[in-house]
Design a binder for this molecule. Structure first.
Ligand code: IMP
Ligand code: MG
Length: 186
């Protein structure tokens, strides 16, 4: 789906699909370099990470294992609820593993810091994180990501896996939806 298919416009596009594709190849090369010789477990954070995971993992040349964790902090609105809920448990035992968490976006860091502690309490040897997008840091941010695709402004973003109330995940680029959502009264 493109921006014009969902009421957004070309001016709303943040990174476009070509920029994202190129950046994910660069991030994969950084991950290859950092984890060469390691038995890496990549954990995709659902729902937002499914698109980035598909492209990032196929660009990685190491024989990694992949698992998924589900979290929800936004409910159906566009403001974080401040509480992370697990919607799907990990199936892999992380004890002694190098774990790389992959999420769509780093905002307050609540999700990544909570998941980092969860992996650490499970006995992971190391825990790092990779996000496609990063919003501007505030003093409230609890953790930084180790691998970052793009810095974006402090706007509500959708597409390439990011949703609003379950929609827009299949948009092929990342776009700001704050103006359109305000118009719709959210
Ligand atoms: P954090 O926990 O505040 O860092 O926010 C991270 C989580 O909130 C991500 O996993 C996203 O699911 C969601 N999120 C944060 N900002 C946005 C946004 O602009 N659009 C859609 N989802 C977002
Ligand atoms: Mg998420």
């Amino acid at each position: 789906m493109d921006v014009q298919d969902c009421g957004l416009s070309k001016e709303d596009v943040l990174p476009d699909r070509e920029q994202i594709a190129a950046r994910l190849v660069e991030l994969a090369a950084e991950i290859d370099q950092r984890y060469r010789g390691s038995n890496l477990l990549i954990v995709g954070v659902l729902g937002g990470a499914f698109v980035i995971m598909a492209d990032l993992c196929r660009a990685i040349t190491l024989p990694v294992e992949i698992d998924w964790l589900g979290t929800s902090s936004y409910g159906s609105g566009s403001k974080s609820s401040g509480i992370v809920q697990t919607t799907k448990e990990l199936e892999t035992n992380v004890t002694g593993r190098d774990v790389l968490l992959v999420d769509d976006i780093l905002d307050t860091g609540l999700t990544i810091s909570w998941l980092t502690r969860l992996m650490q309490s499970g006995g992971a040897k190391s825990v790092a994180s990779c996000v496609l997008l990063r919003k501007p840091a505030t003093s409230a941010r609890r953790i930084e990501a180790d691998f970052v695709g793009f810095d974006i402004p402090d706007v509500f973003a959708v597409g390439f896996g990011l949703d609003h109330a379950g929609k827009y995940r299949n948009l092929s680029c990342v776009a700001r939806a704050d103006k359109e959502l305000a118009r719709q009264g959210d």
